[in-house]
Design a protein around this ligand. Structure first.
Ligand code: DLL
Length: 443
């Protein structure tokens, strides 16, 4: 038992040293792993073999990392078209876990893990949590959903591997979450930022002062959230709020994480090779330029992903991080190329609405965007909740607030939109990802 324990500790220590590997050694490691991944995909997965043949690119032609740009992209529809097992590069008997992510329409996409894949994921998630300052001695309330969603089990395995104490509470049952947070002396929480906001609200209603509890770290991700929301959360709860990023197709959470300096997210590059491309031309973009994140898995067996187009918009941050990690950093992801909507010719992203609202003093980020079409013309309404003290204000005060919000939105979006103030607790809270946009234009 002791031997096993020591081995595991040694392994963990050795693996996290990869966060600090000299860049040239990291590139060598990536190249070797990339070649092995391309070969595996070519030999074992029909779709990849056919795509490479179409492009006349074979794995043996890869001489340097830059050659990856000659290989074909993979997109979400490829996973749908090959549902459920068409992209497997391992026999099903070697698969120990399946997860799935439901899209907005039709069948979910399915992803598979061998035992080694689960270990890689655990490694990535323990490095994520370590970067967020979580470790042995922490009591971790894991409120990401357990089940087909990757958040719950991903964070669970990572936290256990670190030696932290995990409470596998999953999402929902908010009153019980608050009781557990208080009674179990929780020091770190993992959940979506929108759910944490909801927890804070409910705790206040129950008379529980979160800022007086031992809670000190929030590990938040799975949805876009702005820096203004981070400031709001940190001020209201006196915790450090970290942004973590990942997606089902690549592994789940654990692809990239902030460190204590909060200057972008470090990509765990020994497992996931990042590129940023121009979404229109598909050409790789240089450091600093914003584009679509494309990821290639470097250590996965059951379902390697080659040049997967995430649709998430970000940029590589230039320079090195003062934390000492040599892993490349990406900017926080504020938007996806496919969550943009166009209203009367103006491009709008939900995150812009959030920033505009939170710039108005006293506003909470409980909002929803409703799109409708009236007589052929697109209309956008932003419903914003007012806080209980505001709700009891005089009409003049509410009118003043309404005007301020309309002005802030006009300034940010360059578009006049309808603002509707709604009563406290009227916008539906989510236990996982918040639904900010309701598009009724085609119904
Ligand atoms: O959301 C995995 C995850 C779980 C990440 C827990 C972090 C924490 P999916 O359900 O497949 O997987 O959704 C992936 O969510 O392509 C992004 O658009 C968005 N997303 C995830 N993390 C962030 C983040 C999980 N930190 C999709 N900021 C991704 C912005 C995020 N968007």
């Amino acid at each position: 038992m002791t031997v096993l324990h020591n081995n595991l500790q040694a392994e963990t220590a050795a693996v996290s040293a990869l966060d600090y590997l000299p860049v040239s050694q990291m590139r060598d490691l990536q190249l070797a792993r990339l070649l092995a991944t391309l070969r595996r995909a070519y030999e074992r997965v029909r779709l990849y073999r056919e795509r490479m043949a179409e492009r006349k690119a074979t794995p043996e032609e890869l001489r340097g990392l830059e050659d990856l740009a000659r290989f074909p992209f993979t997109v979400k529809n490829d996973l749908r078209d090959t549902y459920p097992y068409g992209l497997l590069a391992s026999p099903l008997e070697e698969v120990v876990r399946l997860h799935a992510s439901s899209g907005t329409t039709g069948k979910p996409i399915v992803v598979a893990y061998t035992q080694q894949d689960v270990d890689v994921w655990t490694d990535a998630m323990s490095r994520t949590l370590a970067a967020c300052g979580v470790g042995r001695g922490d009591i971790v309330q894991n409120a990401y959903g357990y089940g087909l969603f990757t958040g719950g089990l991903g964070a669970h395995y990572g936290a256990e591997a670190l030696g932290a104490t995990v409470i596998p509470i999953s999402g929902g049952n908010t009153d019980r979450q608050i009781m557990v947070m208080k009674d179990f002396r929780v020091t770190a929480i993992c959940c979506t930022p929108s759910y944490f906001l909801h927890l804070l609200d409910r705790a206040a209603q129950l008379g529980v002062e979160v800022c007086e509890l031992p809670l000190r770290v929030g590990v938040f991700g799975a949805e876009p959230w702005t820096d203004s929301l981070r400031r709001h959360i940190e001020a209201a709860s006196r915790i450090q709020a970290y942004d973590i990023y990942g997606l089902t197709e690549i592994t789940g959470p654990g692809v990239a994480s902030e460190c204590h300096l909060h200057q972008g997210l470090h990509v765990f590059e020994d497992h996931f090779y990042p590129e940023i491309i121009d979404p229109q031309s598909g050409e790789p973009l240089p450091e600093g330029q914003e584009g679509e994140l494309v990821l290639t898995t470097l250590s996965k067996q059951a379902m390697p992903m080659l040049r997967y187009r995430t649709r998430d918009i970000t940029a590589f941050l230039p320079g090195s991080c003062p934390c000492g990690r040599t892993l490349r950093r990406i900017c926080r992801i504020g938007r996806r190329s496919d969550d943009m909507f166009i209203i009367r010719g103006v491009n709008v992203f939900p995150s812009q609405v959030e920033s505009a609202l939170l710039a108005v003093e006293g506003m909470l980020p409980h909002y929803q965007i409703i799109l409708t079409r009236e007589e052929g013309l697109d209309q956008m309404e932003v419903q914003v909740e007012v806080t209980p003290p505001l709700a009891s204000d005089r009409v003049a005060a509410l009118e003043n607030l309404h005007n301020k919000l309309a002005h802030a939105l006009h300034q940010t979006l360059g578009l006049r939109v309808k603002v509707r103030l709604v009563g406290p607790q009227t916008i539906k809270r989510s236990e996982g990802k918040a639904q900010r946009l309701i598009d009724r234009r085609n119904t």
